[in-house]
Ligand binder design. Structure first.
Ligand SMILES: [Zn+2]
Length: 410
């Protein structure tokens, strides 16, 4: 547990302004920053522990009771938390529970994907449900895509009474953070050179955040899933494209422009199929659910959806052993590459056909043993992720709302 944050703030100011030379204005800035850092820490404690009394928050945060009380009041004022009706306690006064604002605030998650998009509404507790999710086929043209997203957002907001705090917009492809746009999207070229978050922000008049989909999955797993408390883990998305997100020392690995992690466009078969990026034999044409669907469809002699292939596999997948073996082999190579290069404590795999079926996934893990350095593999647990891209879009905007307020001290 980290104690109340006070003296350590010198690291933020010390390099630029000597403490001895600090003016009254510097002191005011420092104290405002301290308050924000305490509010952020408290918000993280509420996110982690769920609805809690002020006394419980004092215990888990390590802050003093007056500091907790002040921070709770500030968070209530900002509309980020809400208090539940008093509950009877066996001893002493009835206590009120503080929780993330679930009824009085709204965030939206938008997932733009190659064939289907979805929009979901959630409270700040991040709870995602089918009733508050809307799906639609991805329009081919960019303006039509924006129109459809805006319409779904407005309909979802009409059903909710809380204040909209922001929208997370999850996209596939290369998101250049310096240029603030999707520079290239191999499987959905309608997004090339666009920033749907910025365009949506103009239409809705509310904060919208652009988010690479695999980064969203990483944040979701850390905020709501099994990566809570983990500082070094990786997320391999093998659904349509093949995307990689890496959390290294508690930070998302971004590279110079935010485009790190494009393992999917590593050449694995120089004579292979043409990829959406223009190259041949990229790993994502060989190791993904989409690759398996394509092989099964070729065998069946007709176009098939992922759901239809999942259905065929669910009924035993007889006569499809060769296709499953081929894609499993390449998926094992992709998994081994991530483990060898990044040494994660946990590698989460996001996909339906191989990662989502325990027996087939166990077979992939057997193949991984042949491809990975033994010491690196011994350090790592490989599990299917429970996170979804819509949960990722929500986690992305929640992460931003928390981070924009104050820096982390961990
Ligand atoms: Zn490619």
């Amino acid at each position: 547990m980290i104690g109340p944050f006070s003296l350590g703030v010198g690291t933020f100011f010390g390099s630029a302004i000597g403490f001895s030379a600090m003016t009254a204005q510097d002191n005011r800035v420092e104290s405002a920053l301290l308050r924000r850092i305490n509010e952020r820490r408290l918000l993280e404690a509420i996110q982690q522990h769920g609805p809690s009394s002020r006394a419980a928050l004092t215990r888990v945060s390590g802050m003093t009771a007056p500091t907790v009380s002040k921070a709770v009041d500030a968070l209530l004022k900002r509309g980020l938390v809400e208090e539940l009706e008093p509950i009877e306690q066996s001893l002493g006064r009835p206590g009120r529970l503080v929780r993330m604002a679930a009824d009085s605030a709204v965030v939206l998650g938008v997932v733009i994907d190659t064939s289907t998009c979805c929009v979901v509404a959630s409270g700040l507790d991040g709870r995602v449900t089918e009733e508050r999710t809307r799906r639609f086929a991805t329009p081919e043209a960019y303006p039509a895509l924006l129109d459809a997203i805006e319409a779904e957002c407005r309909e979802l907001l009409a059903d909710r009474t809380g204040k909209l705090h922001g929208v997370g917009v999850s996209v596939p492809g290369l998101v250049n953070k310096r240029l603030e746009e999707v520079v290239f999207c191999p499987n959905l070229h309608a997004l090339d050179k666009h920033n749907p978050a910025r365009d949506l922000e103009e239409r809705l008049g509310s904060l919208c955040l652009l988010l690479q989909e695999t980064d969203g999955l990483c944040l979701s797993e850390r905020m709501y899933g099994d990566a809570r408390g983990l500082r070094d883990f990786a997320m391999l998305d093998v659904a349509t494209g093949l995307g990689l997100g890496v959390m290294s020392s508690g930070q998302l690995l971004a590279g110079h422009s935010g485009m790190a992690g494009e393992l999917g466009h590593l050449t694995a078969d120089p004579q292979g199929l043409r990829c959406g990026c223009g190259n041949r034999g990229c790993l994502e044409t060989l190791a993904t659910d989409a690759a398996l669907v394509r092989l099964v469809a070729k065998k069946a002699g007709r176009a098939l959806s992922t759901e239809e292939v999942a259905d065929l596999l669910g009924r035993g997948g007889k006569k499809l052993e060769e296709e499953i073996r081929t894609v499993s082999g390449y998926l094992a190579i992709a998994i081994a590459a991530v483990i060898n290069i990044f040494n994660p404590t946990t590698l989460f795999v996001h996909g339906a056909l191989l990662a989502g079926a325990p027996e087939r996934f166990a077979h992939v893990l057997e193949l991984v043993k042949q491809r990975t350095l033994t010491a690196s593999l011994a350090d790592c647990t490989i599990v299917p992720t429970r996170s979804s891209k819509r949960q990722g879009a929500i986690a992305g905007i929640m992460h931003h709302l928390t981070n924009a307020w104050a820096p982390s001290i961990r």
